[in-house]
Design a protein around this ligand. Structure first.
Ligand SMILES: *Cc1c(COP(=O)(O)O)cnc(C)c1O
Length: 436
C-alpha cells in the first residue's frame, strides 16, 4: 500500500495535504504514513501466520521513536545493531525480550548492556565474539542467548553495497564451518545456543535467492537442532520494494506497471517459504526493514533555483545528499513528483542539492514538469535508509520528521537547531590567548 496519492492536483499523505505540512514545518521534511507502516507489517505478519513466527523490524532502516512505537504497538520485535538502537527501542516502549542483536563489531559495553536488558538473542558473527559474550555472561553470572549468523554463500543479485550472503563479505560464519563452531560454543558454559540466523542482503526483488538460501540452510539447521536443541531460525530481512514510478506524475494505474506487478509481495514470499519452513519445528524470525518503512516515507524539498545552462536544466533544491544519501551511495532511484501535479510537457531535468559535491544529486535527465522557484517536490520511497543516514555535512541541520495518521499529523522530530551541530565542540585554551 502507498499512503501517498493525488487528490485533485494535490499530493496527500493519507488524508493530509502535504503542502499544509510544508507550511507548518518547513523543508527539507520527511513525512511518514503510519497506515502504510502498519499495513506492511500486517501483510507480512498475516502471510507468515501458518508458522510460529516473530517479525523483528530492522531498526536501522528507520529508527524514529514514533516509527518504533507504531510497530511495537502491533507486537513487533526488533533487529538491532548497536546499544544505541536498543536504547531507542526501550525509549519507544519496545520489548528488549523481542530484540535480536546483530552486527560484526559488538563492543564489551554493548554486550553487557544488552545482556542486562535481556535481549532475545545475540546474532553472532565470529568465534572471538562468542568467546567475548561467554566471558561477559560469566562475569554477570548469566547465560547469554546466542545464534550464529550463517553465511550461506548465496548471491542475492542486488547492489554490491547491500549484498551480504557471499564469502566475499565480512558477515557471518561460512556454512561449512558452522557445525564446528556450534560444537565449540556448546562447551562454553555461559552460552545458551538458542537459534541460528542468516541474512543474505537487501532490496532483493525475487523470491529465488531466499528460497535457495533457506533450502541450503535447512539440512544444516536440522542437524544443529537435533544436536543442540534450538528454539528459532531467523531468515533475515532483505525483501525489496518498488522504487520505480509509483505515482508517475499523478496518473492513476501505477500499480499496473511491470515493476509493481513483478515485485516480491508477502504472499509470494510466504507461498514459497512457508512450505519449506513449516516442518522445521522452530520459531521463524524475520528481520525486514526496508519492506516495512521504505514506501512509508517521502522527503519533501523546495525548489530554490531553476538554472538553465546550454545543455542542462537544473532544479537546485533545499534537500541534499546529507539528507538522503541513497542516490549518491547506492546509485538509487527515487521517484520525484511535484506536490502540485501538472499536466502537459515535461523537460529533462537534474534535481540537485546545494552541497559542493558532484555526487549531490537526486536524479539526472529525468522528465519532469517545468517547475519554478518556490515549488515543492517529493522524493518518494524515502522511508528506509533515508533520515537514518543523514549527516551534518556542510553544517546542514538534520531535517524534521512528521508522522501522519489519517487526518492527524505530528512533528516526531523537530528540525535540528543549527547551534546543535557544533554543540560539544570546544576551542582549546591556548587558542583563546589571542584576542580577536
Ligand atoms: C540490514 C539488515 C536487515 C534489514 O534489511 P532490509 O533490507 O532493510 O530488510 C536485517 N537483518 C540484518 C542482519 C541486517 O543487517
Amino acid at each position: 500500500m502507498h499512503g501517498f496519492h493525488y487528490l485533485g492536483r494535490k499530493l496527500f499523505c493519507e488524508r493530509v495535504p502535504v503542502e499544509t505540512l510544508v507550511r507548518k514545518f518547513g523543508t527539507p521534511l520527511y513525512v511518514y504514513s503510519q497506515a502504510t507502516l502498519a499495513d506492511h507489517f500486517q501483510k507480512l505478519n498475516r502471510a507468515m501466520s501458518p508458522l510460529d513466527h516473530l517479525i523483528c523490524y530492522a531498526v536501522k532502516a528507520n529508527s524514529n521513536l514514533a516509527v518504533l512505537r507504531t510497530l511495537a504497538n502491533l507486537g513487533s520485535g526488533f533487529d538491532i545493531v548497536s546499544a544505541g538502537e536498543l536504547r531507542r527501542v526501550i525509549a519507544a516502549g519496545g520489548d528488549p525480550g523481542k530484540c535480536v542483536f546483530a552486527g560484526v563489531g559488538k563492543t564489551e559495553a554493548e554486550i553487557e548492556f544488552a545482556l542486562r536488558k535481556g535481549v532475545y538473542s545475540f546474532n553472532v558473527e565470529s568465534e572471538p565474539e562468542l568467546e567475548r559474550i561467554n566471558r561477559i555472561a560469566g562475569r554477570l553470572r548469566r547465560k547469554a542467548p546466542v545464534a550464529v549468523r550463517v553465511n550461506p554463500n548465496v548471491a542475492a543479485r542486488t547492489h554490491a553495497k547491500i549484498t551480504t550472503g557471499t564469502y566475499e563479505n565480512k558477515f557471518g560464519i561460512a556454512y561449512e564451518q558452522v557445525e564446528g563452531v556450534y560444537e565449540r560454543a556448546s562447551r562454553l558454559k555461559h552460552l545458551h545456543l538458542r537459534g541460528v540466523q542468516m541474512h543474505i542482503g537487501s532490496q532483493i526483488t525475487t523470491v529465488e535467492p531466499f528460497e535457495q538460501a533457506v533450502s541450503k540452510m535447512l539440512p544444516l539447521v536440522q542437524r544443529l537442532h537435533r544436536r543442540h536443541g534450538l528454539e528459532f531460525l531467523s531468515i533475515g530481512g532483505g525483501i525489496g520494494i518498488v522504487y520505480e514510478p509509483a505515482l508517475a506524475s499523478g496518473r492513476p494505474g501505477w500499480w499496473k506497471t511491470s515493476a509493481a506487478k513483478n515485485i516480491l509481495t508477502p504472499r509470494k514470499y510466504a507461498d514459497r517459504l512457508v512450505p519449506l519452513l513449516k516442518d522445521v519445528g522452530l520459531r521463524i524470525l524475520m528481520e525486514p526493514g526496508r519492506f516495512i518503512a521504505g514506501n512509508a516515507g517521502i522527503l519533501v524539498t523546495r525548489v530554490e533555483y531553476v538554472k538553465r545552462t546550454g545543455k542542462k536544466n537544473f532544479l537546485i533544491v533545499d534537500a541534499a545528499m546529507n539528507d538522503l544519501i541513497r542516490p549518491a551511495f547506492y546509485d538509487a532511484y527515487h521517484e520525484i513528483v511535484p506536490l502540485t501535479a501538472r499536466n502537459g510537457a515535461t523537460i529533462r531535468t537534474d534535481v540537485v542539492g546545494p552541497i559542493c559535491e558532484s555526487g549531490d544529486f537526486f536524479c539526472k535527465d529525468r522528465p519532469l514538469p517545468p517547475l519554478r522557484e518556490g515549488d515543492h517536490l517529493a522524493l518518494l520511497s524515502a522511508g528506509a535508509y533515508g533520515f537514518v543516514m543523514a549527516s551534518n555535512y556542510n553544517t546542514r541541520p538534520l531535517a524534521a520528521e512528521v508522522l501522519v495518521n489519517g487526518r492527524q499529523a505530528a512533528l516526531v522530530r523537530k528540525r535540528q537547531p543549527v547551534e546543535q551541530t557544533w554543540a560539544g565542540e570546544t576551542v582549546p585554551p591556548w587558542l583563546k590567548t589571542r584576542r580577536l
